[in-house]
Ligand binder design. Structure first.
Ligand SMILES: Nc1ncnc2c1ncn2[C@@H]1O[C@H](COP(=O)(O)OP(=O)(O)OP(=O)(O)O)[C@@H](O)[C@H]1O
Ligand SMILES: [Mg+2]
Length: 282
């Protein structure tokens, strides 16, 4: 039997009225996609393309102008469903006088974690986000990246089935981003569904099962990374070091065998990988 999708949005449209004349701005334009249970799903697109608006509608924080949104098969305003969701907003504001640990405990209490479980769940969330060492410091002394991490910790502390993270790695260094990536993988391995907005495309490629790309409020494409990125019409051959593909040889292959060699390149690692391989724990 096919599982109920974690999220199913259909023909979602959201108009805002902006400026003193109340001009209509269509932030989301007839957007439809599904997120299956247990997958990591990336919602991508340029600034202002409607990602955060779509997430807020999914969370029931904004009402759509038209269209529908269901979470685990229920209306997104349903209280029982809301307690199964964790959310990191794109510009989180936290009360600065609490310590990181107090803040995460506060969210645990607010989202219904049983009293006997609060300390354990808090410690887990702090460990998963790499915030254990800084947990006793006041939030107002945190760097930008530490604020993001404590934000992710509060989003996952009640062990939600669906975690929605709006730019969890904004302002975080590459090693911290990788740790957030590890936390996302850990959630996936426990059967959770994660929806993630990010401009870090390298990380999206590494983490996501499927993506949806928005532009100017419209859905451009949705599918697995393979479906979206593979250029079926082209082939890339990687030749081992023993057979150097010198310019002479390339010319010969072209002339003699009529091979259509468009370009010859060396495989390259991403900058993200370089940071991780060369700078972590050094
Ligand atoms: N409350 C609001 N009132 C009026 N316009 C809004 C409101 N919220 C968002 N918008 C507009 O809707 C459009 C989409 O904004 P949204 O925040 O969804 O974009 P985004 O894809 O999340 O961008 P970013 O990558 O910059 O976070 C923008 O033009 C934005 O100015
Ligand atoms: Mg946004």
């Amino acid at each position: 039997m096919k599982q109920i999708p974690a999220i199913e949005i259909e023909n979602l449209t959201k108009d805002f009225r902006v400026g003193i004349r109340g001009v209509k701005l269509r932030a989301a334009d007839n957007v439809s996609f599904r997120v299956e249970q247990g997958e990591v799903f990336g919602l991508l697109g340029p600034n202002g393309s409607g990602k955060s608006t779509t997430l807020k509608i999914i969370l029931g924080l904004l009402r759509p102008t038209s269209g529908s949104c269901r979470i685990f098969g229920k209306n997104s305003g349903d209280v029982a469903v809301r307690s199964r969701i964790g959310f990191l907003p794109e510009a989180p504001y936290f009360y600065g006088y609490l310590s990181g640990r107090e803040l995460v405990k506060y969210y645990a209490r607010m989202s219904g974690v049983p009293a006997g479980k609060i300390d354990e769940r808090t410690a887990d969330a702090l460990a998963l986000t790499g915030m254990t060492d800084a947990a006793s410091r006041r939030v107002k002394t945190y760097s930008k990246g530490m604020l993001q991490r404590i934000g992710v910790a509060q989003a996952i502390v009640h062990d939600p089935d669906l975690v929605i993270l709006d730019e969890p790695t904004a302002g975080i260094d590459p090693i911290g981003s990788a740790e957030i990536g590890d936390a996302i993988r850990a959630m996936k391995s426990r059967g959770k569904t994660v929806v993630l907005c990010s401009h870090l495309l390298g990380q999206i490629e590494e983490l996501c099962d499927r993506v949806a790309i928005m532009n100017r409020g419209k859905l451009v494409v949705a599918g697995t990374l393979d479906e979206v990125l593979t250029q079926r019409g082209k082939q890339l051959a990687v030749i081992g070091a023993g057979t150097p593909l010198t310019p002479d040889l390339v010319e010969k292959l072209r002339e003699r065998d009529g091979l259509n060699i468009e370009s010859v390149s060396h495989p390259r690692i991403s900058l993200e990988r370089y940071f991780l391989e060369n700078l972590k724990n050094k």
